[in-house]
Design a protein around this ligand. Sequence first.
Ligand code: FAD
Length: 413
Amino acid sequence: AERIVIVGAGQAGGELAAGLRKQGYKGHILLLGDEAHPPYQRPPLSKGFLLGKVALSDLYLKPLETYARFDIEFKPGTRVEAIDRSSREVSPRDGSRLAYDKLVLATGGRARPLSLPGLEGTRLENLFSIRSLSDVEAMRGGFIPGNHLVIIGGGYVGLEVAAVAVQSGLRVTLLEAAPRLLSRVTGPEVSSFIERIHRERGVEFRLSCEVRGLELDEARRQVRGVSLACHGVPERLEADLVLVGIGLIPNTELASAAGLAVQNGIVVDEYACTADPDILAIGDCANQPSAYTGGRIRLESVPNAIEHARVAAATLMGKREPSAAIPWFWSDQYGLKLQMVGLSTGYEQCVTRGSVEHKEFSAFYLKDRRVIAADVIGRPAEFMAAKRLVSSRAEVDATRLGDVAVPLNSIAA
Ligand code: FAD
C-alpha cells in the first residue's frame, strides 16, 4: 500500500493525519514528531495552560489512543534529520531509513533567539521562550509571586505571557523595540488600547527600547539583569526571569538540504506542493500563494494550519482544492477576546465602531474604501460579519461602518 509520511506532529501534521482518514485514505500513514507528546494546541501555552486553568490532556488535538484507532502510526520522540529524494526515504536520528510515497513537511518553527554579542551558545537557566510544552514547563518554576519577569518583545506571545504573569502575582516589565506594541500587525489605535489594558493591571513598558545586554551571575548560568536604552537613555533592570518573544524562524532546513526552494518558508503552490511532486509542506513552515494578498505569504496561526492541512489532504486524495482562506487570528488577554482578520498593511483609514472606553470595539482598516482588515475586541458576535466584509472586498460607507446602530451585515454597499 502507498505510504504517506508526515514530518512534524504539531497542529498541521495532526490535522492532516486525521483529515486523511476522514477523507477515506486507505494507505499507510506515518506521523513522526520530535516532541514527547501527541499533536497539541499551542495557543493555550501562553494563556490558560500557563495560568493553570487548562489541563495537559485538554491541549491534545486528540487523545493518544485515537491515532491507533484511526490506524495512524504515530512515533513521538522521532526527529527526522534528512530526506533522500532519490530513494524517497527520510532518516530519523536513530539512523534508520523510512520509505515514503508522499512526504509532508509540517515542521513549524522555532523561537527566534535573542542575538547579543557574547551570549552565543550560552544556556541560561532563567532565559526562556515559548514554543513548546517543555518550554512552558521549564518557565513555570519561575512563576512565583513577587518575581520580576522581563519580557523582550511586544507581540502577541509576549503580551499574553505578560497578562498571565501579572494575574499570577509577578511584576512584569515588557521591552519593545518599536515605538508601539504589535506594530507589525495592527494600527496605532489598537496598540494604545492594548497598552492601556496592560498598564491598568500594572504591566510596565519600555517602548522604543534597545536591549544592550544581559547581566549574568558569576557562574554564567543565570540572568540577573537586563541593560537597555530607551530613546537612547540607558537603564538597568533587575530580572528574576526573562522571556524572549521576538518571533519565529521557520524550520526549513530539511527542505533546503534536500534541494527544495526556501524563501521565508518552504515554497509551495496553492495545493501545498513543493517542486517535487512527492513532497508537500504545510503550516508555519510553508510559504504559499495567497488568494487574499495576490502574493506569497507565510502565516503563523492555527486557522492557517487547519486550512493548509485540509488543502494537503485534498491534494493527497487526488483532488485539487486550492486554499482560498483569508488570514485570521485570535488572542486572549485578561479574559478579553481579540479577533483579527486580514492584514492591515497599507491601510489608508481606520474606522472604529463601538466603545474603546468600555473595551468593546472593532477597528476596520480601509483602503480604496474597502475593508482590508479588522480587529474585533470584546465583540465576538461581530467577527463573522467583519470576516465577510474583508473577504467580499465590497465598498463601504465609513460613517455607517462606524455607527453601531447600523447592523454590520447591511454595510456593504
Ligand atoms: P507546530 O504546531 O509548531 O508543529 C510543528 C512540529 O514539528 C513541532 O512539534 C516540532 O517540534 C516538530 N518538528 C520540527 N522539525 C522536526 C523534525 N525534523 N522531525 C520531527 N519533528 C519535527 N495561533 C493562533 O491562531 N491563535 C493563537 O492564539 C496562538 N497562540 C500561540 C501561542 C504560542 C505560545 C505559540 C507558540 C503559538 C501560538 N499560535 C497561535 C500559533 C500556532 O500555534 C501555530 O501557528 C501552529 O501551531 C502551527 O502549526 P504547525 O503544525 O505548522 O507547527
